[in-house]
Design a protein around this ligand. Structure first.
Ligand SMILES: Nc1ncnc2c1ncn2[C@@H]1O[C@H](COP(=O)(O)OP(=O)(O)OP(=O)(O)O)[C@@H](O)[C@H]1O
Ligand SMILES: [Mg+2]
Length: 78
């Protein structure tokens, strides 16, 4: 069996020098648009203080980005 060729992921960072300009709103809607276009999408909310992608998507999360950085939590195991 031939090894499946894995495409290198494209990484995009959404940021701004000012708060409340629509980063989270844009990110969620862009991710939804990409996934509807058959792309596999991973959204990482890097806001250490008030991450809210989960709230807007009505998701219940047990761990966050801080767990990865501070505790070495392995994403693949959760
Ligand atoms: N395209 C848009 N048109 C109108 N209102 C918008 C748009 N995008 C976002 N908003 C509104 O602007 C506010 C801030 O949006 P959002 O939370 O996406 O910004 P943010 O840049 O992620 O903020 P923060 O810096 O606090 O993380 C929200 O009330 C949201 O509903
Ligand atoms: Mg935001």
């Amino acid at each position: 069996m031939m090894a499946q060729k894995i495409k290198k992921p494209l990484t995009l960072c959404v940021t701004s020098g000012k708060g409340g300009v629509g980063k989270t709103s844009f990110t969620i809607n862009f991710a939804i648009a990409l996934s509807r276009n058959d792309s596999r999408v991973l959204v990482i909310d890097g806001d250490m203080g008030l991450a809210n992608v989960d709230v807007l998507l009505r998701l219940s999360v047990k761990r966050d980005f801080r767990d990865i950085l501070e505790n070495g939590t392995d994403l693949a195991r959760h």
